[in-house]
Write a protein that binds this ligand. Structure first.
Ligand code: SF4
Length: 507
């Protein structure tokens, strides 16, 4: 397949106009954020307590399935098929949502998606909008847009509510508030509710629950995300662990669901494949506490449900991604398993990645949406160990795409001239036997002089000094592998072999 570098369309601003980003950026400098996060012991405790446990939970829970790998393969195939026929399935979805009494809106970008929500809110005289957790609405910054329009948005997922009242941003796809400890949340609620400080999780949850329950009853509109949209039936599926999703979609008069256009799946029979994988991959649960399947608004004779149901299907750069080398990223079901498995995410947390999509998949999505120039460190924020690929329920080969994106960095000139020169010299040296050997000898001579009595180097010279800022480096041994192996062969070879090699040498 021909390869168009990622930077091209996403980066180029129309002359004179400031470039509008498809994803909001909260912290643009990965390196300084990661540096600060890697020294934050409290953050590491929080990440160890939740992320690592979830990763173990995922493995145990998948092991209960008779053929988890086959199921992942199938899920990947369904997603690939859907992307190959996306226009067909989106039209089918639209037709069936309309047939069920709902309304469908297509949004070209995040601004248009927000405008549609605001227009619906104004037309229906909605003043308070309650929201269930939705990554797409984070992508569009819907809360900010609603507030500017004079409409009150209220997050009702507990984690998102904490972030909203603390003016903070999510740092994980499914556990948005993972970077905060109970004491941090206690201080946020102490200020917001003007209540005595507590760090008891039950008490904190109860404070939010009582408050939110009252607000649900006052709300005019509910906004939700979409985990899956079933083209065959026009239904949307929401998987949640809190009852707020059900309250948001059934209590207010109006329900607006927002989805990225890649969230469609073909048929009802495909849903169990994804349900079996989503919760297991996200949190190690067999299923989320609530699986809501919503088809249109309330019908005559039904007691619950909204009067109007709107589905907003957003592009925001996805159709550009669909036509290129990174198409597979659109298979992502936002389970967060690649974050939990990633040694880099576990070390630096989600804030360092700068946008609403952190972790390994975020290292691809953020540059794809916003362009490489402003996120050139993200493709490098990976050890390429492959843990994300192994964890992914739809088998997205993230490491392979990160390597492709690193090539894009070079091809589009985002990597600086001096850096390119260094790597050219390095490549030249490593691909010639004599220069490789000379480099090894030189390196051994220099590094062995720097070693401490325990055999470790605590301060590397020049550009390598960054390595020893946070870790020591092992000094190379006096004899390298090649000379030891040659010696071994000499000492252990058969007399007949020795005679033969003597004969060859003297011939
Ligand atoms: S890339 Fe895979 S593992 Fe990561 S969030 Fe998406 S679906 Fe989950």
């Amino acid at each position: 397949m021909s390869h168009a570098p990622v930077s091209s369309a996403a980066e180029r601003p129309e002359s004179g106009k400031p470039r509008r980003l498809a994803l909001p950026v909260f912290h643009p400098d990965f390196l300084s954020e990661a540096h600060a996060a890697s020294a934050d012991a409290g953050l590491h405790d929080a990440l160890d307590n939740s992320v690592t446990k979830k990763d173990y939970g995922r493995r145990d829970s998948l092991a209960e399935l008779p053929d988890a790998d086959g199921l992942r393969e199938l899920a990947g195939r369904i997603k690939r098929h859907t992307l190959d026929h996306l226009d067909y399935y989106l039209e089918l979805l639209e037709k069936n949502v309309l047939a069920a009494g709902g309304q469908v809106h297509f949004a070209h970008d995040n601004a248009e998606a927000n405008r549609i929500v605001i227009d619906i809110a104004r037309r229906t005289d909605s003043r308070l909008v309650v929201k269930s957790k939705s990554m797409v609405s984070e992508e569009t910054q819907l809360n900010e847009a609603l507030t500017e329009a004079g409409i009150e948005p209220l997050e009702t997922d507990l984690g998102e509510f904490i972030l909203q009242v603390d003016h903070d941003h999510p740092t994980h796809l499914v556990m948005p508030v993972i970077h905060k400890r109970a004491a941090d949340i206690g201080r946020v609620f102490e200020k917001y509710f003007k209540a005595p400080f507590t760090e008891d999780p039950q008490t904190l949850a109860e404070m939010a629950r009582v408050y939110l329950r009252k607000r649900f009853n006052e709300a005019d509109m509910g906004v939700s995300g979409v985990n899956f949209a079933i083209a065959e039936t026009g239904s949307i599926v929401l998987c949640t662990n809190e009852g707020n999703g059900r309250m948001c979609t059934s209590r207010p008069r109006i329900h607006v669901a927002i989805m990225g256009m890649e969230k469609v799946i073909p048929a009802w029979e495909d849903l169990p494949v994804f349900l079996k994988l989503l919760a297991r991959s996200a949190s190690g649960q067999a299923l989320t506490q609530y699986t809501n399947i919503i088809t249109g608004p309330r019908r005559g004779g039904e007691r619950d449900g909204p009067e109007e149901f709107h589905l907003i299907i957003m592009d925001n750069g996805r159709s550009r991604i669909l036509t290129g080398e990174y198409r597979d990223t659109l298979r992502c079901i936002r389970c967060g398993a690649c974050l939990n498995a990633c040694p880099i995410y576990r070390k630096v947390g989600g804030r360092s990645y700068g946008s609403v999509y952190p972790g390994p998949i975020g290292s691809l999505l953020t540059p794809l949406f916003n362009g490489l120039e402003s996120h050139k460190h993200l493709p490098m924020a990976s050890s390429l160990c492959g843990a994300c690929f192994e964890a992914c329920p739809v088998k997205i080969n993230i490491p392979e795409m990160l390597i492709t994106m690193r090539k894009d960095l070079v091809e589009t000139g985002v990597v600086s001239g001096p850096e390119r020169l260094i790597f050219r010299i390095w490549s030249w040296t490593l691909t010639r036997k004599w220069s490789y050997r000379a480099g090894q000898i030189f390196q051994r001579l220099v590094l062995r002089r720097l070693r401490k009595p325990d055999g470790w180097i605590t301060h590397m010279p020049g550009p390598a000094s960054g390595w020893t800022e946070v870790r020591d480096f092992p000094a190379p041994p006096r004899h390298d592998f090649r000379s030891r192996y040659a010696q071994y062969r000499r000492d252990n070879s058969h007399p007949a072999d020795r005679r033969e090699s003597e004969r060859v040498k003297n011939a």
